[in-house]
Structures are given as C-alpha cells and as structure tokens.
Design a protein around this ligand. Sequence first.
Ligand SMILES: [Fe+2]
Length: 241
Amino acid sequence: MKIAILSDIHSNGDALDAVLENAQAEGAEAWWCLGDIVGYGAEPDKVVDRVRELGAVTVAGNHDWAACGLVSTRMFNRHAAFAADWTARHTNAQNLKWLAGLPLVERRENARLVHATPSAPAEWNYCMMIEDAVLEMEAFDELVCMIGHSHYPGVFEKDGEDIRYTRAAELRLRAGRRYLANVGSVGQPRDGDPRAAYASYETDTGLLRHVRVTYDVEAAQAKILAAGLPPFLASRLAAGD
Ligand SMILES: [Fe+2]
C-alpha cells in the first residue's frame, strides 16, 4: 500500500491542493495526517474539509487544539497566538469540534503517528538532535514513528545502539531497525526550501520518500494579507523558513 503522509498544513489551501494533486498522480492509496492542519494560514475550513474528505488517519497538533481552546497559546510567539485566535473565529463549529476530538496518537501498518514526540505527545516537544532521538526511540515499538511539528524533514535511524540522522530524499526502512521520520510541512516549510513537503511510504517495500511540490506561494500570501493576519506569516512562505 502506498500512503501519503501530510503534516503541518497550517491552513495553506494552495499548498495542500498541490500536494494532493501530486500524491494522487503518484498513486497514493491512503492518507495519514500528522496534525497542525490549521493555524498561521488563511483557509482553515478549506483544509479541514479536504482532510476530512480524504478520510485521512489524523492526529492532533498543538495549533489544532489551540484553535479549539484545548492548548494554551501562552507558549506561542505573538504571531502564532494571533493566528490561533483568528483561526478560532474563522473556522466553522463543526470543524472545530472535529479538531477537538482528534486523538494524540494513532497506530497503523507497524507505524506510530504523532504530531510532536512519541515519549510525550501532549508536551509538544521537538526532536531535532540525535540526543533527543535516543529517548524517543524507546517510546514506541513499531518499525517507524512518523512525526511533524518542527517543519523540518529528515529521518533518525536506529541500528543496534547506533542512531544516525539523514536528510536523504529516499530511504528504505529495514526490519530490525527503528525509525523516527519527520515528514516536513505542507503549508509552512522551514528548511530553506519554500516548496510544500510531504512523504510517501510504501508498506510493501519499506520505501520512504520525501517529496517537494511547487505551489502558488503568492496566492497563499495574498490570502494571508487579505485576512489581516501578520504579514510575517506571508513573507516567510517565500523564504521557506
Ligand atoms: Fe506546525
């Protein structure tokens, strides 16, 4: 089965459209969504509707729950807090209820799905360094844990006691090892590449691919500015940071 894994869409409908078109053309048969569907961008209802229509296996992100009032924005920077408040006021009640009901963790196909980290899904920690991955690798027993949150695609691979990190575009997951895979961000990439990011995973072969898709950044920026959201949230899309 070929699965498209999307994370951190962040209300960017233009980026999501481009990713869905690409993944459908590549033959995606199932969809996993790792949270932060909303927050930052201008089209929360559009992206939530799309994810719901896909029937994606979905976990909650901190921005999803911030929009529902389930996560405090005290730890958010001022742009993120403003966007969370805006999102709460511009998302329909049905979609807010759906976001509020999302689980923190899902398990499918020998994979664990969580927005932030498997060791403490509700703490919204970041796993960026090998030192962080040492603890996280012990927190799940599936072959792979798929994560988002940092908006930075890359994979930690545990082989025996060794843990390596790779940003290779393709990696074959091997039985007997363990993987923590960050699929990057559809709607607000932060690795210096403004193209939308998602991952494709073939369960039969173990092939995990990081995919980048060009989308209409200017259209997404214009919607953010027209909505009265902070201009920084528009300008950063062009820089991919
Ligand atoms: Fe995010």
